[in-house]
Design a protein around this ligand. Structure first.
Ligand code: 5RP
Length: 265
């Protein structure tokens, strides 16, 4: 790995622990004004000090994040579809030139294995890697799951391995039973998506199980910004990821921070 690429990846996966808490706020690119992200700046700002990196679109980055206070950026560069259309029909939405101008640490693109436009998205990943590597920019491959796909270790293992074989530097996927097998057969680091909002305790358990089974971290969105206390939640997730806290102590931390802080915190 060349120096620039290694340096950028180390902004995301912190060398001190080898782990990362990524905050995902890119949902609007196909979901529109997702609950909790109606006014992105208001949601994002209080969470910034606790996010190892921020995953978002160019539009939200430019309008809602102060360039002088920004954590490392993982820029979503795929899209072109909405929940009203065929989601797998994604294409590239941002040039590498603009990613360089925005000084991002990595770019993120979805791949839809087993879906209608599988080939297009996989070749899109390979092409993006070629372009990004010219500038030492990392590529995060997001293994997007279609409605009819079973999220089991066999399927997610297939998605992660293909993304890694094509050259992705980090892969984002979902947690599942036998997750250690998904991790073992993927030669690059894996981060786990939070998925739909669940109870805070269950989301902390998801983070804990992911780490225990070999993920280097989480790339969590709704279970942080839709929490009744987003700052308390991201701090509790950090305790699991960076300090090896167990679920009970992280949940206790969440509750004590929540009772001390304001509602937004
Ligand atoms: C969509 C994404 C989202 O960033 C991802 O789903 C993470 O957010 P959440 O934790 O809310 O699932 O990559 O393809």
């Amino acid at each position: 790995m060349d120096w620039g690429l290694k340096n950028r990846i180390s902004r995301i996966i912190k060398p001190a622990t080898g782990r990362t808490v990524m905050l995902a706020v890119d949902h609007g690119y196909f979901l529109g004004p997702t609950t909790g992200l109606e006014i992105p700046k208001e949601t994002i700002e209080p969470l910034l000090p606790y996010a190892d990196s921020l995953m978002l679109t160019r539009g939200v980055l430019r309008t809602s994040v102060d360039p002088e206070k920004s954590p490392p950026i993982v820029l979503r560069v795929s899209g072109g579809t909405s929940i009203l259309s065929e989601l797998s029909n994604e294409g590239r939405t941002v040039s590498i030139k603009d990613a360089v101008r925005l000084n991002v640490s990595a770019v993120a693109i979805s791949v839809f294995v087993g879906a209608q436009y599988e080939r297009q998205t996989l070749l899109g990943l390979a092409e993006l890697i070629d372009e990004a590597e010219e500038y030492g920019i990392g590529v995060l491959a997001v293994t997007a799951v279609g409605k009819d796909m079973v999220r089991d270790a066999r399927y997610l293992g297939l998605c992660c391995r293909i993304a890694a074989e094509l050259g992705a530097h980090i892969v984002k996927t979902y947690y599942c039973e036998d997750f250690d097998k998904v991790v073992a057969s993927c030669p690059v680091p894996i981060v786990v998506a939070g998925g739909k909002k669940i109870s805070e305790r269950d989301a902390l358990k998801l983070a804990y199980d992911s780490i225990q089974n070999g993920a280097v971290g989480v790339d969590m969105g709704r279970n942080i910004f839709q929490s009744e206390s987003p700052v308390s939640m991201i701090k509790a997730v950090r305790a699991i990821v960076h300090k090896n806290a167990d679920v009970d102590s992280a949940f206790e931390l969440f509750n004590s921070l929540k009772s001390r802080g304001s509602k937004k915190e």
